[in-house]
Design a protein around this ligand. Structure first.
Ligand code: GLA
Length: 726
């Protein structure tokens, strides 16, 4: 049993394999947080301390007791208005215009299986795998009811948190802030590890000390964004990849978010993650329900590698869905960097022919096949096949490509519209814009108001019409700008629009998958602008970055690996000089980097030499050989590419029988020092044979000292070593 309620002390204890989470209903009915950390037994209410703290107010119910203050106590769902002056998780504006929410305990339920959330993505787990704890809280004065949801996945070391808020009062209220998870630590020095970036340079790792004052990451872009990823790690100061305590908080949501870490006046640390509260003011009429998207939590007492692996396994197996969750993804050739907008049916067919000759599985026709779309200034919204440009119908093109033994995939950007499109001319009010103001343009396009059902219905219908024209097995779902001007003509409550937009997006994706259950979706937003756990519920892979430069990808994929499985990382081999950086890297290096993801190519094979083509055939064979190990193996970061001369990572079979180590040299210097790559996670006292060299190594020595890498002239060499247990 992973959820235990102890009646005497009124504690709720959640156990996973390696962690324990505990909370307590106190004498006033507040739900206090007691503990989250390595697995343990017993009641931790001795961690609560009480003292008369100046300027920290006391709840009325405490009477003359000035030692009791919400400003100091660790809580499950801190609300504005209780005398806690730290950052709250929930802010309610009541029907009478007052602010405040004072939630007290009402009851609980323990259910078998993991809860789901209507209209929102969520981790899932069967009755054998997971339990759900629901805790009811209520604000007596307003009638607001909150049900906290905890999903406990024992074997996966994952606890999820979400909440249902019901307006149980009589007037209309507004939620002004809604965050799903709060972690309060009464002691300890923590670092915040966060992932910042920009278009074409996403998820750069940053580690900073949690300091007095709040440190805030987030997105006000309506998408989870390139700039900050909705995932944070809190690590004790001394925690490393291989040792120490650390906590992950990953928001299972694809819109605006806010993550806050604050060290308070008593050196306690609070971390919050949930919806962005900017431009957010969600109306709830009497009886209406609001669902806060969930946060997945994990704890590791054994360093960051283990923490990441917990998330990898959970997201890969209990968040991703569909046929492709467990089966190999097609090695694809994407037309974008091969031909951009400049193609016709014949040239696409020739690309497909080359892809087939090289041993690939699928041809993806990227942007440019619909409406009037010869550059990125027009056509979005007009999801009609441009047969004139193609010179052939889509169905016959697909048939010819299928005839080569290849699957066919296609690109869409359903949420966007160009002003120069028939759709916009017909329905200008479907695009977000504020009446009387010029909208903000980005990539010369606007965003459709997906908070309106009729808009979603229309685009869905158009998309199905295209998908029904042939055997389309893959869709790349793109989104190439940040939201702005989020004014919806449908509602008077503009503070609901961004959240409703995301619900509209999820509704579309859900309908799509219901209608085409075997469709492989690849998420994309100018590369990795919506690389989040929410999207993984619909799209098991996401184009990781528009930057396909192998060297930059080492850093981007390194950052991504902290929170997301390799099976989710869209990665392709592209041409040199690279189209984003102008850098020239060896073909072998590009392949090794792309093999740390869902492998594919994004170049024009016509421009390759025979020798290169031969190399590509070999790369694909190699990838397919290791595909299972790459997809399902335990992923270890073996170096920090932001500070070291090499990027190195390892895939280890869960049973330890084999390991694949990949290395990319990032720098070259005169009189170079030797780099050693040290393996991780191997069982002790075993022998491993490296396949290519035939050398047999002791596992302990591999982990202690490692293997010396050759010192070679030239830039960006790569090494791939496959170790098999003897
Ligand atoms: C975005 C994507 C690219 C490509 C283009 C097409 O930038 O990230 O991969 O699909 O759009 O316009």
């Amino acid at each position: 049993m992973s959820i235990i309620f102890e009646e005497g002390k009124k504690t709720f204890t959640l156990h996973t394999k390696g962690s324990t989470y505990q909370m307590q209903v106190d004498r006033f009915g507040f739900l206090l947080h007691l503990y989250y950390g390595r697995r343990t037994e017993g009641c931790m209410d001795y961690l609560l301390t009480f003292a008369d703290r100046g300027f920290s107010g006391n709840p009325y119910a405490a009477g003359q007791d000035r030692t009791y203050s919400m400003d100091v106590l660790p809580q499950e769902l801190p609300c504005q208005g209780t005398g806690d002056y730290r950052s709250p998780a929930v802010v309610v504006k009541n029907a009478d215009g007052s602010y405040g929410c004072d939630l007290r305990y009402r009851g609980y339920r323990i259910l078998e299986g993991k809860y789901g959330i209507p209209g929102l993505p969520a981790v899932y787990g069967s009755e054998e795998e997971a339990q759900t704890l629901e805790i009811d809280l209520e604000d007596e004065a307003s009638g607001v009811q909150v049900t906290l949801l905890y999903g406990v996945l024992l074997q996966l070391d994952i606890i999820t948190r979400s909440a249902r808020i019901i307006n149980g009062g009589s007037g209309k209220i507004y939620l002004e802030k809604a965050q799903a998870a709060c972690l309060d630590w009464v002691s300890g020095d923590y670092d915040l590890i966060s992932f910042y970036g920009r278009h074409a340079m996403e998820r750069i790792v940053q580690r900073t000390a949690a300091a007095h004052g709040a440190q805030v990451i987030g997105s006000r872009r309506g998408t989870s964004s390139h700039q900050y990823n909705p995932m944070m790690i809190l690590a004790q100061r001394e925690t490393t990849e291989d040792a120490g305590s650390c906590y992950a908080m990953s928001f299972v949501y694809s819109g605006g978010f806010k993550g806050e870490v604050e060290r308070d006046q008593y050196h306690q640390t609070r971390a919050l993650l949930g919806l962005s509260d900017e431009l957010f003011s969600y109306p709830l009429e009497q009886g209406e329900v609001f669902h806060i998207p969930e946060v997945a939590l994990s704890y590791s007492s054994r360093g960051l590698a283990r923490l990441s692996q917990n998330l990898h396994i959970c997201f890969r197996t209990r968040l991703c869905r569909g046929k492709y969750r467990d089966c190999p993804r097609p090695v694809l050739l994407n037309s974008w960097e091969a031909s951009y907008f400049d193609f016709d049916g014949e040239s696409i067919y020739r690309l497909a022919q080359q892809a087939a000759e090289l041993g690939m599985d699928m041809l993806v026709l990227d942007d440019g096949w619909f409406g009037k779309r010869d550059d990125d200034n027009s056509g979005l919204g007009d999801w009609y096949v441009n047969e004139e440009k193609l010179g052939v119908s889509l169905s016959s093109l697909i048939k010819r490509i299928n005839g080569l033994g290849l699957k066919f995939g296609i690109w869409f950007e359903p949420e966007a519209v160009n002003e120069d499109s028939d759709l916009y001319r017909e329905h200008p009010d479907w695009a977000f814009s504020v009446p009387g103001r010029d909208p903000v343009r980005a990539r010369n396009q606007l965003v459709l108001d997906f908070s309106r059902k009729e808009v979603v219905d229309y685009v869905f219908e158009r998309m199905c019409h295209v998908l029904d024209q042939g055997n389309i097995e893959y869709v790349k779902w793109d989104m190439n700008r940040s939201l702005a001007d989020c004014y919806s003509r449908q509602t008077a409550d503009q503070g609901r629009v961004q959240y409703d937009y995301v619900l509209g997006l999820y509704d579309f994706l859900e309908r799509l998958l219901r209608r085409y259950p075997d469709l492989l979706l690849e998420g994309c937003s100018g590369g990795g602008g919506r690389f989040d756990a929410g999207m993984l519920y619909y799209a098991p892979q996401i184009w990781c970055s528009d930057n396909s430069d192998a060297l930059d990808r080492v850093s981007i994929q390194y950052g991504t690996s902290f929170g997301y499985p390799v099976s989710a990382v869209g990665a392709h081999v592209s041409a040199v000089p690279n189209h984003q950086t102008g850098r020239i890297t060896p073909l072998s290096t590009r392949a090794v980097v792309a093999m740390a993801g869902t492998f594919g190519y994004e170049l024009d094979p016509k421009k390759l030499s025979e020798e290169e083509k031969q190399a590509i055939r070999e790369q694909i064979r190699q990838y397919k050989r290791y595909e299972l190990l790459i997809r399902n193996g335990l992923y270890y970061r073996l170096s920090d590419p932001l500070s070291q001369e090499m990027g190195a990572w390892e895939f280890l079979a869960e049973d330890g029988t084999e390991a694949l180590v990949s290395v990319v040299m990032l720098e070259v210097h005169g009189n170079m020092t030797v780099n050693y790559v040290r393996l991780k996670g191997l069982p002790e006292g075993c022998l491993y044979r490296e396949e290519e060299s035939g050398v047999v190594y002791a596992s302990d020595a591999l982990m202690e000292t490692g293997v010396p890498l050759p010192v070679e002239m030239g830039e960006y060499h790569t090494y791939q070593m496959h170790f098999q247990k003897v």
